[in-house]
Design a protein around this ligand. Sequence first.
Ligand code: D5M
Ligand code: FE
Ligand code: ZN
Length: 522
Amino acid sequence: MPLEASARIVSELTSRGYNAEREAVTQLTSADDPQAALERVIDTLPEDALVVRTDHVQSALVATDPDPKSMGGERDPASKLDTTDPPVSTGDDTATPPASGAGAPVETKGSSGVERSADPELRSLEIAGDMTGESTGTGEYSDFVSVFRDRLERLGSTLRGRVNHRPATAIQNMPGGGEVGMVGLVNDIRSTASGHWLVELEDATGTFPWLVMKDREYADLVGELLCDEVLAMEGTLADDSGIAFVDSMYFPDIPRTHEPSTADRHVQAALISDVHVGSQEFMHDAWNRFTDWLHTDQAQHVEYLLLAGDMVEGVGIYPDQDEELDIVDIYEQYEVFNEYLKQVPGDIEIVMIPGNHDAVRLAEPQPGFNEDLREIMSAHDPRIVSNPSTVTLEGVSVLMYHGVSLDEVIAELPEEKASYEEPHKAMYHLLKKRHVAPQFGGHTRLAPEERDYLVMDEVPDIFHTGHVHKLGFGKYHNVLAINSGCWQSQTDFQKSVNIDPDAGYAPIVDLDTLDVTVQKFS
Ligand code: D5M
Ligand code: FE
Ligand code: ZN
């Protein structure tokens, strides 16, 4: 199908407020006179229709012209658009056209003959961990206590089976020189005058200091530690039992034997984030090319689109941000974003979470958008869930998290362990810590809730983040980590700090193999 023709059809439809199924666009594009066909379809659409479907196109075209030949030109049995049902005609001119389209094949000229895979029956999409509407926090001190207790409880549970652990206060009363273990949150990390490391662990009873000697193999791991993450240590108590010397460290981690689930058929998901509509740097041309591409045969297996936050540029997010705004009103930004969303084929399922530029609370977990914003973004009927949330597509679980903590991981860890150039490696550390935003108090704001929604209880098959505007992916213990770039060219701030964004790319994941291909639109 010619890309420009389908793009024209799509923009014509969206400009009139309609969204369209990909197949419907294909049929319109293949008609003898696509413009006339489009007019006919619009004239005959039911009044409440928001989405132009194949059956609308078929019934409009058939109703005005009972002879399938003049609508489709030469009959060609190889050019069935819909071969999932047995074709009505097989090149026999006497076959009668379907009265109304649903499920019935229509033959059209110029169709590539490629079978569309988008059979909604085969799809499945489940959401877990969406805390929208579940917020209990009042911001009191006691809420912070409960959220950290919950974190320690849940992440500590697997670690407790791996070490012979004792509560912090009990360790102080044990006889010196013996072996001891503890499970706790990292409370403090300091270097000593002689270059060793002192890591203070905290549990529900108190704190205890653990000394990592600089020449031990574990010394290198100290560089990876973040405050408030949960881990276990084992070692030998000093004679006075005031400190322990670390022999081993254990992280909640992903088991090396983890085997990800895959889909039973060849189906793909596009994983993107950071659209930043409303910014002067929003790359509408790249976005248009992306959504045009989604209408092509090449993208026929893309049935899901996941958006990991920063739909719009927002207002007042960073100092002097207003100088680079194209749209200054936040609601208008979402309205325009909704228009861009309409360009996505109507038969692609969309799931989205908010980011730090979106109009929800900044502290994490961030609930999904409120009713007003959902209403504004409703044309494509996206699934709107909290940041983070897990969406399971045909058995493949995708943990979606915007990624603000990646700034923290990259700032705190040595360059070779985490950098903007390889954002997926920074994600590996979050997987190892089984927490999307361990360190509290820096870049990442935490909303204290009774439950720590940022803990990764289950091992995801795919971990999808954005935020740092860099594209990178790789596997950690068989979990596919993808940071998905952005749709905003370099801002003045990014120029000043040398961030060179990867803008206008769409990583596409095969859900049956977890292979990734990257499509470039910039
Ligand atoms: O963030 C995009 C990336 O750029 C992310 O790594 C944070 C960083 N960034 C961008 N602007 C600023 C300012 N003004 N201060 C600090 N860090 C910044 P995004 O959330 O998409 O803007
Ligand atoms: Fe962003
Ligand atoms: Zn962001």
